[in-house]
Design a protein around this ligand. Sequence first.
Ligand code: CTP
Length: 443
Amino acid sequence: MKKVITYGTFDLLHYGHRRLLERAKALGDYLIVGVTSDNYDRTRGKINARQSLVERIEGVQRLGLADEILVEEYEGQKIDDIRRLGIDIFVLGSDWTGKFDYLKEYCDVIYLPRTEGVSSTVIREKRQSCRLGLIGDGNIVAKLFAESSFVDGLSVSVALTSHNDIVNAAQKDGVQLVQDYQQVLDNCDAIYLANHPRHHAVCIEQAFRKGKHVLVESPVALDEMSCQRLFALAKESGLVLMDAIKTAYSTAYNRLLLLLKSGKIGSVVSVSATCTSLMPSGIKTMAGSQWNSRTAWGPTALLPIFQILGTDWKDRCETSFLASGTKDFDVFSKVDFVYPTAVGSATVAKGVKSEGELVIAGTKGYIVVPAPWWKTDYFEIRFENPADNRRYFYPLDGEGIRDELLVFSRMIESGRHLELIAERVSVAISSQMRVNRHTIEHR
Ligand code: CTP
């Protein structure tokens, strides 16, 4: 009996898939189809599948061509499968030509011509097409622009920016460069707002009035009430308002939160997050920078504290050093949030440098996320006995921005809440943006 095997994601099963499986089956007597798991797809950069693994397997099953279906879960599994199952022919579409020639050591390798004009990507893009408008000049806007190309059904149509990367790519990528905010709103379905937070409230209200969804760089607003009002407006208008903190969408950070919930280090007693940077070159004075330590780093440093310990702190203690000659440019701020059985400390600075670590202490052990913790693919759980220590690695695509965009796009498409930052966390972050008590001028 001649055994044939082929692999694929088989998302939104289409004519091209059927034709491939028919031809693969005709090459032998027994056809095995490997369907990729979500995790494995993620490690090879495929993040857009709309159907779950079970739905994709059911799609292949319904065609009635596969004699056996298996799940592909790890790199190198193809060799394992071929040897274990005694495969004679390995088949893939011609888009993979040459890539699996190394399997010729184990069986015949055949690349079949791909069916023209159809793909899961095209079907996904037809289902949803969201035009995104960008507002802001910082590097984060350029990074988000680059990451948008990985998300099916989302394309940048217009930008209000001076960032060179976007300006230079605009013509080639079909992005309209405009001079005012209204022009952005007139040429998109959703916006990404990364201008200074003092403009957020007005910009978001105007966007909602024109029926546009909003992804906004944190903080959503500069005070608690404005933030609450904006979320209420989003609900009334049936529009998405999503807080953009990329770290919340990084796989390592998310797995860390799940491990904490499972009690891996016992009860959490302390969360200490530090985020610091020096002034970007070109900006000579503190007053010349729009973002003080609080607005630049506060949302990121506060995120793990509020997500792990909650937003119901009992007391808080704040120390800030102001740049001389400024009223609210905190060069350095340290804020401690006191809970009944835990304490959270956020240390942020722009003009002072420290180790950008996240350390979470528990009653059984502790977690260390090394610097820069906000864009890491790695963390360690450590115990009294070092033999029990564990290291965790996860791929980090686009610093979390890719997944952030994917979630934003899915929320617009489905109308469901999929965001990873709860509204109460966004509101608590907005409530911490004022530099106030125990402020000392820094000389
Ligand atoms: N395939 C094909 N003809 C097409 C689409 C896919 O022959 N028009 C083949 C691929 O070459 C592969 C198998 O079907 O051998 C499964 O491909 P998969 O990646 O699941 O499908 P795509 O439509 O290419 O998916 P995507 O657009 O997400 O890359």
